[in-house]
Write a protein of this length. Structure first.
Length: 255
């Protein structure tokens, strides 16, 4: 599996607190079946990490993690006015592997007009916004149509694996399932922050999707699509619209 959202670089944000914890998180990810993981430290007013600092920490962790898991660099790009200006000055500085996909985190209370314009400006630079964990966003929980409009215009959606398991409450779980059933989810990632409460693992979410929606969708969301993203390639064709487990079960009873 390929995990494109994690906070495993130590001392940069609210993720790994030490180099030792970062290495333990990477080992845990590898043991659970993850072969590639993208380090996405927050770039936000609360965590105004500089590119040079992030690069130094990434290089140190990457050298030590060789042979455990393949490490890639991106960021959790909070959509603020200042961040947008920095992005427009150097569009691929914040993207995954300096290619065409940018992980974009929105505030919980979204002014839809300005965000709509900002996402358009990002797209106009040839960069695809990947909206992180929309199922956990209070504004989008109440206005899923806006999210669908952004997807129609080329944005992608990344849902958190633990949302499917109820870790972030019933509203997040319900919306995550809606995104899966409606074909609006493109990637499942861990958003791992630590070893216990929010580990960088995908195995349980993968099994949940296999059980409830089928293995083709699980492979698309956890392997094929994230692979294309880290390589900077277009996503492969979508699998058939997912059929929920209860629908498949009902059909099987009448066949």
């Amino acid at each position: 599996m390929i995990d494109i959202h994690s906070h495993i670089l130590p001392g940069l944000d609210d993720g790994a607190r030490s180099f030792e914890e970062a290495m333990q998180m990477l080992r845990l990810a590898a043991e659970s079946g993850t072969t590639d993981i993208v380090a996405t430290p927050h770039i936000s007013p609360a965590f105004p990490n500089s590119f040079d600092r992030v690069s130094r920490v990434f290089d140190e962790v990457s050298q030590s993690s060789s042979g455990i898991v393949r490490l890639h660099l991106g960021c959790d790009f909070h959509l603020t006015h200042d961040n947008l200006q920095h992005f427009l000055a150097n569009p691929t500085k914040y993207t995954i592997n300096n290619r065409q996909y940018l992980m974009v985190e929105l505030s919980d209370y979204i002014p839809f007009g300005p965000v709509d314009e900002a996402l358009s400006r990002i797209s106009n630079e040839g960069v695809t916004p990947v909206i992180t964990h929309p199922e956990r966003n209070h504004s989008l929980q109440r206005n899923g149509r806006q999210l669908a409009c952004w997807v129609d215009r080329g944005c992608l959606c990344q849902i958190t694996g633990q949302s499917l398991l109820g870790r972030f409450g019933s509203h997040a779980k319900d919306m995550a399932q809606h995104l899966l059933k409606s074909g609006l989810a493109h990637v499942v990632a861990s958003d791992g922050h630590d070893l216990i409460n929010r580990p960088p693992t995908l195995e349980h979410a993968y099994r949940y999707i296999v059980e409830h929606y089928g293995r083709p969708l699980a492979d698309q969301l956890c392997v094929a699509n994230p692979t294309a993203i880290i390589l900077g390639q277009p996503l492969p064709p979508a699998v058939a619209k997912p059929v929920p487990f209860w629908t498949r079960l009902r059909r099987s009873r009448w066949q």
